[in-house]
Ligand binder design. Structure first.
Ligand SMILES: *[C@@H]1O[C@H](CO)[C@@H](O)[C@H](O)[C@H]1NC(C)=O
Ligand SMILES: *[C@@H]1O[C@H](CO)[C@@H](O)[C@H](O)[C@H]1NC(C)=O
Ligand SMILES: *[C@@H]1O[C@H](CO)[C@@H](O)[C@H](O)[C@H]1NC(C)=O
Ligand SMILES: *[C@@H]1O[C@H](CO)[C@@H](O)[C@H](O)[C@H]1NC(C)=O
Ligand SMILES: *[C@@H]1O[C@H](CO)[C@@H](O)[C@H](O)[C@H]1NC(C)=O
Ligand SMILES: *[C@@H]1O[C@H](CO)[C@@H](O)[C@H](O)[C@H]1NC(C)=O
Ligand SMILES: *[C@@H]1O[C@H](CO)[C@@H](O)[C@H](O)[C@H]1NC(C)=O
Ligand SMILES: [Ca+2]
Length: 574
């Protein structure tokens, strides 16, 4: 490939033109890639919409800083050959002066394949064309759950596989081809290098790994956050806390669990060498903290409104031995009734979101919750019923949960599970991964990421020592846990934990300038220390503050708290 920038600037319309000139459906039509370059997908030219957006003010986000951006907002649909279907794409094209030869695919969250407009600015502000897809679900706002069950008992496999991995791939193939023609990057058979990036969190993180595991040629770099990989275990895991409460016959008021979290933070804060309200060493916390120590502590919370709008009454009392026992069992992770481990728990000091009781105003009692991610997974994905969630946890035991995990794992191994551990093709093609995860994520345990990262290391470098294989993996695939970080953003209970807001820029610098990030920069995004900067250590190193200076250390005992053998399953869990 030759770099023909000078020639191209002179020769192409896009480089000379203003946003207004090119942001028309006529121009977009003229730069549509032909079907051969996009795997025979068929773009419908009459579906194109294009409108220029000037000086849009974008607020601070955990994944990018505030910015003012201008772009051409384009939507259009394509179909799969032989199918009378329609997949809608939405691309944002920067002005030709701002364009820096970059393409960005973005992913979704929950059962949504895109995150609305949320992640599109993150690539655009760095001179990239950003894209999202509707997966063919009917609109950019339609979720997989809305279309998965076609009639009770029947699954929409097209939608399933689009969500699983195909949707993001197809968007990327079309997006890269169109970006090249939009900015006139092609000249005969020579094209300028177009750098290709991925960014997503949660389900979007899973989509990121779905790509890294399959499409080595698509990507130069992927910023993958809190990925919802091991999909079946991950979804069913949301039901564990409720089943613990039900099985142990005690449903703690939310305030009691909040008090336990606060006391855990207080007890473990300084184990990392810095008293800042952040438990940067949840591993040391796990080794040293005993939840029994919270028994008897007084708690009190005012009446409030829950997420679903219902009124939660004021609560006060003392942490009970039953409350502490429920917390302890939840923090142990799911086990079968005969004691075999099936899944990992959240880290110590994470809020107990899955355990949040619902209040029954008729009986005046707290009831164990049916967390809808878990409930919907069972009704739609396993039972294939068109029901939003399970009606209750009645009759559901630990063994039921383990069985559901296993059943979904087998059924969706090739579409949703997303734990293929051999990333050799991606690595060999020069691909880079920055993988981040909030250490006290209350929705996807941080150890789900460390476990997969270690599985990749062991599968790819089976003959190397721990040190050598870690080094080899870290050359191109780096994992950073974010102390105090919650799910896809900072936590409110540990607000001084900084968040790596400029990770996309760091990835660009790694891919395009070879600057491997030894550590990641973080910024405190809210609270009284807002703006304070710090750094993250790359796994398996862990933070330890000595006289106010951050050191990244390794200690075996802490490391071992992150290592799990899931003996509830006969097959290896990657
Ligand atoms: C966008 O902002 C720039 C810089 O402030 C200004 O020159 C330009 O006129 C603005 N464009 C529009 C369409 O408002
Ligand atoms: C982009 O265009 C689509 C389709 O017209 C529209 O729904 C969306 O709101 C637009 N986004 C912005 C930021 O203008
Ligand atoms: C699917 O089954 C559920 C109960 O399992 C029922 O409420 C619903 O009406 C059924 N839907 C259809 C389309 O048959
Ligand atoms: C472009 O590539 C094609 C296929 O490899 C080849 O047939 C053609 O001669 C090339 N054209 C130029 C101008 O190099
Ligand atoms: C937990 O700590 C937070 C922050 O200090 C506080 O707002 C909250 O009231 C505390 N909760 C309980 C139950 O003490
Ligand atoms: C509250 O409890 C009563 C009695 O057990 C039950 O019939 C009712 O369905 C419950 N209400 C809700 C909203 O769960
Ligand atoms: C991290 O922050 C330091 C200090 O502000 C800065 O010099 C450095 O360039 C930043 N690194 C990255 C990759 O952004
Ligand atoms: Ca601390």
């Amino acid at each position: 490939m030759k770099f023909l920038t000078g020639l191209l600037v002179a020769a192409t319309a896009a480089h000379a033109a203003t946003l207004g000139d090119v942001c028309t459906s006529k121009y977009i039509k003229s730069v549509l890639p032909d079907s051969q370059t996009i795997e025979s997908l068929i773009i419908n030219p009459s579906s194109i919409t294009a409108s220029a957006v000037y000086n849009a003010s974008i607020p601070d986000d955990p994944f990018y800083p505030a910015a003012t951006i201008s772009f051409c907002n384009v939507t259009f649909a394509y179909a799969h050959p032989g199918k009378n279907d329609q997949v809608l794409l939405n691309f944002w094209f920067p002005t030709s002066e701002d364009f820096k030869n970059r393409w960005f695919s973005t992913g979704g969250g929950g059962l949504a394949i895109n995150s609305g407009d949320n992640y599109l600015p993150g690539g655009l502000m760095y001179g990239g064309v950003s894209g999202r897809t509707d997966g063919g679900f009917g609109s950019l706002d339609t979720k997989l759950g809305d279309v998965l069950v076609q009639g009770n008992g029947s699954i929409n496999y097209d939608a399933l596989y689009m969500f699983g991995y195909k949707g993001i791939h197809e968007m990327t193939v079309i997006g890269k081809a169109m970006t090249k023609s939009f900015y006139g990057m092609m000249q005969g058979n020579d094209t300028q290098k177009l750098y290709s990036y991925y960014q997503g969190c949660s389900e979007g993180g899973r989509e990121g790994f779905s790509q890294v595991q399959r499409y080595a040629e698509d990507w130069d770099g992927a910023v993958i956050a809190a990925p919802a990989i091991r999909f079946s275990q991950q979804q069913v895991n949301h039901l564990v806390a409720g089943v613990v409460e039900q099985s142990m016959g005690y449903v703690p008021p939310p305030c009691e669990l909040e008090k336990i979290v606060n006391l855990t933070i207080t007890a473990c804060d300084k184990l990392d060498g810095r008293a800042d309200g952040v438990v940067a060493r949840t591993d040391l916390c796990q080794l040293r903290f005993d939840v029994e120590s919270t028994i008897g502590a007084q708690y009190s919370c005012p009446a409030s409104r829950s997420m679903d709008g219902s009124i939660l009454p004021a609560q006060s009392g003392r942490v009970s031995s039953k409350g502490a026992a429920v917390a302890r069992e939840i923090m142990r992770g799911l086990h079968t009734t005969d004691g075999r481990l099936a899944y990992m728990p959240y880290q110590h000091s994470a809020t107990f979101d899955d355990a949040q009781a619902t209040y029954n105003a008729t009986t005046g009692k707290w009831e164990a919750p049916v967390i809808s991610y878990g409930g919907e997974y069972v009704t739609r994905f396993l039972q294939n019923q068109d029901l939003d969630t399970l009606p209750s946890l009645d009759g559901i035991t630990y063994d039921t949960l383990v069985q559901w995990m296993q059943e979904g794992w087998q059924r969706y191994e090739g579409s949703l599970q997303t734990t293929w551990p051999d990333l050799t093709p991606f690595q060999a093609a020069g691909g880079k991964v920055i993988h981040i995860h909030g250490e006290v994520d209350p929705s996807i345990p941080a150890s789900t990421s460390t476990h997969y990262h270690e599985a990749v290391r062991e599968i790819m470098y089976p003959d190397m020592s721990f040190e050598k294989s870690t080094e080899a993996l870290n050359e191109w695939n780096r994992l950073f846990l974010i102390p105090g970080g919650a799910h896809c953003g900072p936590s409110t209970s540990q607000p001084n934990g900084g968040w790596p807001q400029t990770t996309i820029r760091t990835m660009i610098d790694w891919v395009e300038n070879g600057a491997k990030p030894e550590r990641l920069n973080t910024t405190v995004l809210a609270g009284e220390n807002k703006g304070e900067e710090s750094e993250l250590c790359a796994w398996p190193l862990r933070p330890l503050w000595k006289k106010g200076v951050l050191e990244c250390v390794f200690d075996q005992k802490s490391y071992e708290t992150w290592v799990y053998q899931f003996d509830a399953f006969k097959l290896p869990v990657y």
